[in-house]
Ligand binder design. Structure first.
Ligand SMILES: [Zn+2]
Length: 202
């Protein structure tokens, strides 16, 4: 006789890592919130974590640019997630590029224990350099979704968030006035124009 229990009993939860990455204004947070809300409707226990550094709009809420908010817990290091996520079925992590490299191991541990982990973050910084733990997370993820903004110069798919203000700090939180999404071609053009301007000023 077929063991029906295997089908009807409580199905073992499938752990997995999903990464949503892309430039600024590409809708990463909106996509994270969409997946989290859908899990919540399915009566799953969900929790969003984000680095305490990201306090642009609200300490307690992951707020996307269209104000579509969902409650979240600020954390100082990736290790906090393991302590705070016991009993959670779907763990969301926003602005993950600002967290430490330990996040990769934490996500693997959670997924191995049956937790669905959804990570959203910038794939590259404003210079086009891979950002924090995101590249390694893409490597170990079960699913990677790369989302794109639209280039403000030509309307093609954007590739990078070009910083408009002259400041070399890597961690600078984005407002529409400080960054613009650009495609590869327009980004190269903007860089050479900036270099020309600096040379003519000196
Ligand atoms: Zn362009």
């Amino acid at each position: 006789m077929v063991a029906i229990d295997n089908l009807n009993g409580e199905r073992r939860r499938q752990g997995r890592i999903e990464v949503i990455c892309g430039s600024m204004f590409s809708g990463k947070t909106e996509e994270l919130i969409r997946r989290m809300k859908r899990a919540k409707f399915a009566k799953q226990k969900v929790e969003i974590f984000k680095p305490a550094i990201d306090v642009r709009y609200s300490e307690e809420d992951v707020v996307s640019h269209d104000q579509n908010a969902i409650h979240s817990t600020p954390i100082n290091s990736s290790g906090n997630i393991l302590l705070l996520a016991s009993d959670i079925e779907v763990v969301g992590i926003d602005e993950a590029q600002f967290l430490d490299e330990g996040l990769v191991d934490i996500c693997n541990q959670l997924a191995n224990n049956g937790v669905r982990v959804i990570v959203a973050g910038l794939d590259m910084d404003f210079k086009g350099v891979p950002f924090g733990p995101i590249p390694a997370l893409c490597a170990v993820a079960d699913q990677v979704t790369k989302v794109h903004a639209i280039c403000v110069k030509c309307g093609a798919l954007a590739y990078v968030s070009h910083r408009l203000v002259d400041n070399d700090h890597r961690v600078m939180l984005g407002e529409q006035t400080e960054y613009e999404p650009l495609c590869r071609e327009c980004y190269q053009k903007a860089l050479s124009e900036e270099t020309e301007r600096k040379l003519s000023n000196s």
